[in-house]
Write a protein that binds this ligand. Structure first.
Ligand SMILES: Cc1cc2nc3c(=O)[nH]c(=O)nc-3n(C[C@H](O)[C@H](O)[C@H](O)COP(=O)(O)O)c2cc1C
Length: 483
C-alpha cells in the first residue's frame, strides 16, 4: 500500500498506537535528541513534536524506528515480504524459447511497472521562497549532540543527475547548516552523489542539487538503499509502494522532485569552489565522526507544503532508528546477494557492528576454501566493500543471533589458520583505520574444517539431547512445577 505523503503515514501510525504527539515546547538543540534517544533505546514509539522552539514547523522522528514501523512504512507486515517479492522475480530463469521469454515478461515487468510519473503541480510547491526569503534558520533543524559542528539535516533525500548520462540518483547524506543558505554536503567518496560531482568537475559544470524532506516514507527509505547506479531510487520506491512516485519539475534547477514531499531545497554544488570544513557530528557509530572537508551546497529556493512536517532522525550509540532502516536493507537485499554468492544461506549485521563493522554470514559449504571465496565475493559487492569484519559460518548457525554466531565462530577457529587480513576501502566513518577511506579487513572462517583443508582430527558434533528423552521430559514437565 502506498502512502500519499508523510501525513498519511503519521495518521496510520497514530491509529495503530505507534505514535505519540508532544505538545510541550522543546528545543531542537540537544533536547529532542535526549528525548528521542531515550525512546529509541527503549524500543518506544514514533514522536511528533508539535511545538519546537524557534520554528513554526512540527518535527517527526523515529517513524521507522522499529521492525513493525519499518514494515508499515513499506506497506507490508514484515520486510521479508519485500525480499520474497524480489526473490520471486530473480528466480525467473530466462527460458530458451521465444514463447517462454514472452511468458516471462509480465513477471520482470513488475520491477519497472511503476516508473516515476511527472505531474505539473504538487503540494510541495504551495509555498515558494527564493532569494532573500531563503532562510534555513526557519526550519527546526536539529543540533543533535554537544560537540556537533552545528545543526544537521539528518533525513534528506539528495537528488542529483549524472552529468554524463542524465541518470537520476537519490542518496541520503547528512547536511550541516552553515548559514541562511548554505550547508555541507556529506556524500562519502564511495557514494553516487560524490561521483556525480566528480563528473561535473571534469565537465567544468556546476551540479544541480535538490533535497527532498518527508513525503511517503518509502521514498526516504529508498534513498538509503545501496542500489547500483543503473537502478534509480524513485523507480525502486515505485516497486516498493506498488504505485508510481509523482514528481514535479523543481522551480529553479533542472531536476524533478517528489510532488508530495513536505519540503524541498533547491540549489547547486560548484566543484570549482573550495571544500569546507564539515563536522564533527555525533554519528551512528556511537562516536563523533571527525571534521573533514566536504563540498558546499548553495540553497537558492525552498519550496514547501503549507502544512509541512519536518522529518528528522537522531543517530548515536546503537540501536537507534537507522538500525531498522539498515535492517530492512539487509533483508531486502538477501535475494540479490544470493545471485552472486549462491551458497549464501543468510547474513546479519548486528547493531553493535553499525553495519560496516561486522557481518555474520552463513553458507552451505561444499568445498575447501569456500569461506574465503565467500569473503572475497562479498567484499566485491557494492557497499559490502566496506565490511570491516566478516565472519563466515555453516548453514546450521542462526546468524540473526549474534551470541550463537560468536559461540560457533569462536569454537571453530584456530586464529592463525582461519583469519585473513586484506587491505581495502574503509567506511568514511571508520576512525580507527590509519588513513581515511583505506584500511584492513578481517575475514574469519568459522566453518567446520574439512580434511581437504588439511584438518586431520575428528570434528565433534554439537551437543543435542536425544529426541526420545526430550519427549519424555516434555511429558513430565508440568509435574515438575518448573514453569
Ligand atoms: C540516517 C542516515 C544517514 C546517512 N548519512 C550519510 C552521510 O552523511 N553520508 C553518506 O555518504 N552516506 C550516508 N548514509 C548512507 C547512505 O544513505 C547510503 O549509503 C545510500 O545507499 C547512499 O546512496 P547512493 O548509493 O545512491 O550514493 C546515511 C544513511 C542513513 C540511514
Amino acid at each position: 500500500m502506498a502512502y500519499r505523503d508523510q501525513r498519511e503515514f503519521i495518521r496510520l501510525l497514530e491509529k495503530e498506537g505507534e505514535l505519540r504527539r508532544i505538545k510541550r515546547v522543546v528545543s531542537p538543540e540537544l533536547e529532542i535528541t535526549e528525548i528521542a534517544t531515550r525512546v529509541m533505546h527503549a524500543g518506544g514509539p514514533a514522536l511528533l513534536f508539535e511545538n519546537v522552539a524557534g520554528s513554526e514547523l512540527p518535527v517527526s522522528i523515529n517513524l521507522m524506528g522499529s521492525g513493525r514501523r519499518m514494515a508499515l512504512a513499506l506497506g507490508v507486515e514484515d520486510v521479508n515480504e519485500v525480499a520474497a517479492r524480489i526473490g520471486e522475480l530473480l528466480e525467473t530463469k530466462v527460458p530458451e524459447s521465444l514463447m517462454g521469454k514472452l511468458a516471462m515478461l509480465p513477471r520482470l515487468a513488475e520491477l519497472t511497472r511503476y516508473p516515476p510519473k511527472t505531474v505539473s503541480e504538487g503540494p510541495v510547491q504551495e509555498l515558494v521562497l527564493q532569494g532573500e526569503d531563503v532562510d534555513l534558520g526557519s526550519l527546526p533543524v536539529l543540533k543533535c549532540w554537544p560537540q556537533d559542528g552545528g545543526p544537521y539535516f539528518t533525513l534528506p533525500q539528495v537528488i542529483t543527475k549524472d552529468p554524463e548520462n542524465g541518470m537520476r540518483n537519490v542518496g541520503m547524506y547528512r547536511m550541516q547548516v552553515y548559514d541562511r543558505n548554505t550547508t555541507g554536503m556529506h556524500w562519502h567518496i564511495h557514494k553516487h552523489g560524490a561521483q556525480h560531482l566528480e563528473k561535473a568537475r571534469r565537465l567544468g559544470q556546476k551540479l544541480d542539487v535538490a533535497v527532498a524532506l518527508g513525503g511517503d516514507p518509502a521514498l526516504t527509505y529508498a534513498s538509503t538503499a545501496p542500489l547500483p547506479d543503473t537502478v534509480e531510487e524513485y523507480l525502486f520506491a515505485g516497486f516498493l509502494r506498488r504505485a508510481p512516485v509523482e514528481l514535479v519539475p523543481a522551480r529553479t534547477v533542472n531536476l524533478q522532485v517528489p510532488a508530495h514531499a513536505d519540503i524541498v531545497l533547491e540549489g547547486y554544488v560548484d566543484p570549482a569552489e573550495p571544500l569546507r570544513n564539515e563536522g564533527p557530528f555525533g554519528d551512528h557509530t556511537g562516536y563523533y565522526s571527525l571534521e573533514d572537508d566536504y563540498p558546499v551546497f548553495h540553497v537558492q529556493a525552498i519550496t514547501m507544503r503549507r502544512d509541512a512536517i519536518y522529518p528528522a532522525t537522531v543517530v548515536g550509540p546503537p540501536p537507534m532508528e537507522d538500525f531498522w532502516m539498515g535492517h530492512a536493507t539487509e533483508r531486502i537485499f538477501l535475494p540479490l546477494l544470493r545471485l552472486v554468492v549462491p551458497e549464501l544461506v543468510d547474513y546479519h549485521m548486528p547493531p553493535e557492528g553499525v553495519f560496516h563493522n561486522l557481518v555474520f554470514v552463513s553458507i552451505r559449504k561444499r568445498y575447501p576454501g569456500q569461506a574465503f571465496k565467500v569473503m572475497h565475493s562479498l567484499w566485491g559487492q557494492g557497499l559490502m566493500m566496506l565490511a570491516k569484519v566478516l565472519v563466515v559460518l555453516d548453514e546450521d548457525v542462526d546468524v540473526s543471533d549474534p551470541q550463537q554466531a560468536w559461540w560457533a565462530a569462536l569454537n571453530n577457529i584456530d586464529p592463525r589458520r582461519d583469519t585473513i587480513f586484506t587491505p581495502g576501502p574503509a567506511d568514511a566513518l571508520d576512525h580507527a583505520c590509519p588513513l581515511p577511506h583505506y584500511g584492513t579487513k578481517m575475514g574469519i572462517d568459522g566453518t567446520r574444517k574439512l580434511p581437504q583443508e588439511g584438518f586431520r582430527r575428528p570434528w565433534p558434533d554439537k551437543i543435542e539431547m536425544s529426541q526420545e528423552v526430550r519427549r519424555k521430559v516434555d511429558g513430565m514437565w508440568k509435574e515438575l512445577g518448573l514453569d
